[in-house]
Design a protein around this ligand. Structure first.
Ligand SMILES: CC(C)(COP(=O)(O)OP(=O)(O)OC[C@H]1O[C@@H](n2cnc3c(N)ncnc32)[C@H](O)[C@@H]1OP(=O)(O)O)[C@@H](O)C(=O)NCCC(=O)NCCS
Length: 161
């Protein structure tokens, strides 16, 4: 698709850039809207300054529409969280965000990346499978729902080189 047409469909030009401490409130809001156990503003403030954490925001115009955060050490990293504002989902934005994020991890010397995903989270699984991650393990009844239901986690891995 032509770039200008894609940008129009997405609601503006999407830019992936480092998150700042002043984004913490919006990041916490986005996280709480996307996950059952939301991270607080102070946790995001902390992650922005940690040297072993990479946190990037996805901005569309003036709107912070998503983020990706991972922690790295030696040549390995773990994707801790990725989310797109519900009103911007289904437009391929998470793919661009994740691929850019992986590129920055590669630039820091990371070679292997791990993550956990809930087995029934179809959009997330499609995202990870489509960006080169493969299932390397399964944790039975890993996530507990508020109603007591227990869901399985898949452990995924991608090698960058
Ligand atoms: C997972 C998430 C980041 C995907 O963001 P997104 O920008 O909507 O995703 P994309 O538009 O890039 O689509 C990613 C893939 O999922 C597919 N997809 C999107 N919505 C889907 C749905 N409801 N069911 C099945 N597949 C779906 C897309 O077709 C695409 O696959 P393709 O590239 O093979 O066509 C987003 O749904 C989200 O923020 N979810 C809540 C937080 C979360 O679960 N994060 C992951 C934790 S491990």
């Amino acid at each position: 698709m032509m770039r200008w047409l894609r940008d129009l469909w997405r609601g503006g030009k999407a830019v992936v850039e480092p998150a700042r401490a002043r984004d913490a409130r919006r990041l916490a809001q986005l996280h709480a809207a996307s996950f059952r156990h939301g991270w607080g503003e102070s946790e995001f403030e902390q992650m922005v300054i940690e040297r072993n954490t990479l946190i990037q925001r996805l901005r569309i115009g003036r709107k912070l529409a998503g983020f990706a955060v991972s922690r790295f050490g030696a040549d390995e990293a773990e994707i801790l969280s990725i989310a797109i504002d519900a009103s911007y989902r289904g437009r391929g934005l998470s793919r661009d965000l994740l691929l850019t994020h992986l590129g920055h991890l590669a630039g820091r010397g990371v070679r292997s990346i791990f993550l956990e995903v809930e087995e029934n989270n179809a959009p997330a699984r499609r995202l990870y499978e489509g960006t080169g991650f493969a299932v390397v393990g399964r944790r039975e009844r890993y996530y507990r729902q508020p109603d007591g239901e227990q869901l399985n986690a898949l452990l995924m891995r991608r090698d960058l080189f």
